[in-house]
Ligand binder design. Structure first.
Ligand SMILES: [Zn+2]
Ligand SMILES: [Zn+2]
Length: 324
């Protein structure tokens, strides 16, 4: 499923199966999650995508061919391919353990073709071995909602009360991690979205409500997954002195002006960009310990436009996954 131009529907197109270049693997895709970032690519909210582009960066599949010079992978092995597609390895960020901020990165489904397809090639250095027994559709959202969610979660610090604004794919994963660690989770949804609020409570959230509501206790930290700038002052108002608000998305509508007192008393506002491979290895090791239960809605690959529209409208709980 190919995007020719932003703000147009994806088109089903037959292409020859790509061959892996040196350093790459060919992946036969079993499932690819649908992430909000894909909507930002399709809507033209992210600059300079490769066009035409095959979106999708939550890929689970099997190694179908191995390019020259690649070691450590076997044909048929289960792998995951995330948003971070490649880094330069030499810039100051790469050399200081911050490859998520690389000056010359490649991103799967944005600057290189991704997973809304039957096959894709991936830089072998940025593909992760997955356990053989996983369910491919249920594992797919872990590759972005999980990984970048995990980076946001670690950035939120060690406090015991955590607010999650936007209870979609990432929040439903991180809520389970937080509850497993004994934290109290407060879930904030679109106004009146009772289904998502019930979903959050069913997963163990101690409170769920509308995003403009004041939670019953002040929060140590909040993570904003919804792309709505007005949530920034709302979340700052909900955290206690010294609290931290983490913006976990790649794009957000403009943040309205707000009184300085919302930031005063050492409250912090930070964003999270991309992921490092270290984040991935840490998080993928945590997943089986937590026993994360994934809520996924499956769509045939050819229905990618429907899946994107349903994500935009919030018509399912958890995550959407395309099955070739
Ligand atoms: Zn770099
Ligand atoms: Zn994503």
């Amino acid at each position: 499923m190919v995007l020719d131009r932003p703000q147009t529907p994806l088109v089903l197109r037959e292409r020859p199966v790509p061959q892996p270049a040196a350093g790459e693997i060919l992946v036969e895709i079993e499932a690819c999650g649908v992430c909000r970032t894909d909507l930002h690519v399709v809507d033209g909210e992210l600059p300079h995508p490769k066009l035409p582009i095959t979106p999708g960066h939550e890929i689970v599949g099997r190694v179908a061919a191995i390019g020259e010079g690649v070691t450590g992978f076997a044909r048929g092995q289960r792998v995951g391919v995330p948003w971070l597609g490649a880094t330069c390895g030499v810039c100051s960020y790469c050399r200081s353990g911050r490859e998520n901020l690389c000056d010359a990165p490649e991103f799967t489904g944005y600057t290189r073709d991704g997973g809304y397809a039957t096959h894709t090639t991936a830089d072998a250095g940025f593909a992760f071995p997955l356990r053989a027994e996983i369910n491919a559709a249920e594992a797919a959202p872990l590759l972005c909602a999980g990984l970048i969610g995990w980076r946001s979660y670690r950035m939120a610090g060690e406090g015991t009360t955590l607010g999650l604004y936007g209870f979609g794919a990432a929040a439903h994963i991180l809520a389970q991690v937080a509850i497993w660690q004994g934290r109290r989770v407060y879930a904030f949804t679109r106004s009146g979205d009772k289904a998502s609020q019930d979903f959050a409570r069913a997963l163990g959230a101690v409170w769920a409500g509308d995003s403009d509501e004041t939670p019953p206790e002040k929060l140590d930290a909040a993570i904003i997954f919804a792309p709505a700038g007005e949530l920034v002052p709302a979340a700052l108002a909900a955290v206690k002195k010294g609290g931290r608000v983490v913006c976990g998305g790649i794009h957000m509508s403009d943040i309205p002006s707000f009184p300085y007192r919302l930031l005063w008393e050492e409250r912090e506002l930070v964003s999270v960009a991309n992921l490092t491979r270290r984040d991935a290895y840490e998080f993928l090791a945590v997943v089986p310990r937590v026993g994360i239960k994934m809520s996924v809605t499956r769509y045939p690959l050819k229905d990618a436009n429907t899946a994107l529209a349903d994500l935009r409208a919030g018509r399912f709980e958890g995550a959407a996954v395309l099955i070739p």
